[in-house]
Write a protein that binds this ligand. Structure first.
Ligand SMILES: [Fe+2]
Length: 379
């Protein structure tokens, strides 16, 4: 029987016979480079426009294969945001979360009850559903790259965003905790039934466990670039790390800066002898490199893509083999990857050696003796 043999469903939709379709295969997008010059041109365009009513001068960098018309990779939106001196955005909240990387100038990120001063090259996160706004009190233009999981929520049809009262200020609560009546009969997860129902460990429990989930406090966080830089390699072979992760403890074992994104800072000192090309690795997560300093090239499924300061690269579309070859200029790179989403879904598969095993990270013993995709100091 084929799909055409199946009758339409009475109230809409149809059944599809998927018998014999074979295994699912990854369908990665092509790699993509947006040059620093193109980002600068975008910033100039946004700066010339009249101030929009909501204060948000922003432009999404869109991949040609984007199905939402806004995404840079299937699940990641990268937006160039500009605030001119004296400007601020109107307060909003949204159920997507943000990783902000400072490109130029500085400003104030006001989130929940927190105000963070963010300089160029700093990273600041905005957790989901926190009221927030951006304020530029300075005399210089403030430019940020803003990464979010909005495309995934768009795909699910559930990206929520609302404008807040213009009078909102940090510390002013919105909905706040729901007032509970003081009674012994209150239904919460502490009094809900919870039974082991079979020797497999399966449980049967009350709905309160869902609607009163134990919260994990998730605060907006700030990684000052200078402080991070000082903790990393200063010269070749000094024993310090050349790549480290910006970790938010609220993401627990998902290793993220947010529950969507894993963010690393790479700092490779100048003077490195460029290494010979060789095999790369691949993983189900995507990687987006923002090259702050330095030159070199990436090879993605055999395609060479040169990079320089200010470039943004979709350098690792899901499951495409990739490797990076910095020149002797030294390198400073922020990389955003959607590992935490995959860890939550048990879908983070990783193949370091394309003739070797495929690891399901977080589900089995992972790789050992692995401190970075490449140990630059050793090569
Ligand atoms: Fe990688």
């Amino acid at each position: 029987m084929t799909a055409t043999d199946l009758p339409p469903l009475a109230l809409g939709g149809h059944a599809v016979d998927t018998t014999g379709q074979g295994p699912a295969r990854p369908t990665p997008w092509a790699p993509l480079r947006v040059t620093g010059a193109e980002i600068a041109e975008t910033v100039e365009h946004l700066s010339r426009a009249a101030r929009p009513d909501d204060g948000r001068r922003c432009a999404a960098l869109v991949h040609p294969e984007s199905t939402t018309g806004r995404s840079f990779s299937p699940g990641v939106e990268v937006v160039v945001e500009v605030l001119l001196p004296g400007e601020s955005t109107t307060p909003i909240r949204r159920n997507s979360s943000l990783v902000q990387i400072g490109v130029e100038g500085s400003g104030l990120v006001e989130v929940g009850d927190t105000s963070l001063t963010m300089d160029a090259r700093d990273v600041v996160t905005v957790p989901s559903m926190r009221p927030h706004r951006f304020v530029n009190h300075g005399d210089r233009r403030w430019v940020r790259l803003s990464y979010s999981n909005a495309p995934l929520l768009d795909f699910l049809g559930t990206h929520f965003q609302e404008e807040l009262d213009a009078a909102w200020a940090p510390g002013l609560p919105l909905d706040g905790p729901i007032d509970m009546v003081e009674t012994d009969e209150i239904a919460d997860r502490g009094s809900a039934p919870d039974h082991e129902i079979s020797p497999t460990g399966a449980r049967l429990r009350g709905y309160e466990y869902l609607v009163d989930i134990e919260p994990v406090p998730n605060h907006p966080l700030h990684w000052p670039y200078e402080a991070a830089r000082a903790l990393m390699a200063q010269t070749l072979g000094d024993g310090q790390r050349t790549i480290m992760a910006l970790y938010n403890s609220a993401t627990e074992r998902r290793q993220g800066a947010t529950n969507s994104f894993f963010v690393t800072l790479s700092r490779i000192p100048a003077g490195l002898t460029p290494r010979a090309e060789g095999p790369g690795h691949r993983h189900s997560s995507v990687a987006i490199n923002y090259h702050v300093e330095g030159t070199g090239y990436s090879v993605v499924d055999g395609q060479r893509i040169d990079f320089g300061p200010g470039d943004l690269l979709l350098s690792a579309p899901s499951w495409r083999e990739h490797a990076h070859y910095p020149s002797d200029s030294g390198l400073t790179v922020y990389t955003v990857q959607d590992h935490p989403q995959h860890i939550g879904m048990e879908s983070l598969i990783w193949q370091e050696d394309l003739s070797g095993p495929i690891f399901a990270l977080g589900l089995e013993k992972g790789q050992t003796g692995y401190t970075a995709p490449r140990n630059w100091d050793d090569e």
